[in-house]
Design a protein around this ligand. Sequence first.
Ligand code: ASP
Length: 405
Amino acid sequence: MKIKMHTQILIALAGGIALGRLFPQTAENLKFIGDLFIRLLKMIIIPLVMASMISGIVSIPDWGHLGRIGLRTFLYYLATTVMAILVGLLLVNLIRPGLHADLPRQEAFDAETHTPPTPAQIITDIVPDNIIAAMARLDVLPVIFFSLLFGIALSAVREKAAPVIEFFQALDIVMMKLTGWIMAVAPIGVFALIAHLVSQMGLRVLADLIQYILTVISGLLIHACVTLPLLLWVVAKIRPFRFFQAMCSALAAAFSTASSAATLPLSIELLREKVGVSKRITGFVMPLGATVNMDGTALYEAVAALFIAQAYGMELGLAQQMLIVITATLASIGAAAIPSAGLITMVIVLKAVNLPLEGIAMIWAVDRLLDMCRTAVNVWGDSCGAVLIARLDGETLASPDLLRA
Ligand code: ASP
């Protein structure tokens, strides 16, 4: 009997947790398997992003269409990020986890060595001065910028560059095949990663900050299980749970790797093969979303900033909380799609409302767990965006089962 992919992934998650708790040494020895899985994913990111974006853009029939998809994508990113932040702010104001926080300061956070980029620098860094160097550094955003321009230029010359178009279309097919193979071993990779993470996690630190952790997780759950599914149901006319099942493996990979970029190959493959979203939408929405649309990170930054304020006994009024909405949006856009990136860009939020940067030291110890959760929500947000924009574009998807009556 063939076990379904999402069941395999759930078994891998549960098995990883059990192994990590019961046999931490074995889990430690299996670390290299998790590392191998992450390396496989990273290995294909750059060729996959280039092939899927370029072949996606050339398949968009006209400029008007490209503009429409672009505008909808931008509006979706902005609206869902702000909704996520508002949910986070509401919860942190209601629960007030910082008031009685028992502050662990085990690991000193040196804010000086973690200076986040300024907004001007974030924008400058999008344009690569050397595309090969950006590719070698696995710097996804400059590669996306280049691919976007390259795809548009190819569309402008069309027939004159037919072999180049065919090359990228063929490369895209090969990369999808490769991704499919990596997907097949995803449960093993997820199992090893989770087992190792659980074996490393100190329960004592988790207990110290339990109210804070629960506030962030509740916010993420509301966004992932209420806000986004409502959008899917109402706007896209899709059954959210069916869609969740189809995307389960990518979400588990996001959770275990804590990197939206590493998860990108899997989410693109599932959206195309299982859900049936066209490559022009996935090629455009997913790479861009993985790097700039981070609902989970934005929510987390807002909760963490208010938590720190509460713990230091500082009241933030409405105007300052609005400033948090703006800066948390920017900080989530600026965060790279790699582990812990959100913790670093939080400096932007804290500085804007004059909170002590050392506050980050308080939440440092539990960041990994929250990073895993927010990354899963980031990838879920991108995936919901892709399918929603596909539906608005009139796409019918792979199976009628995904659509609601
Ligand atoms: N790890 C997150 C991601 O890759 C970014 C963050 O640290 O919040 O989406």
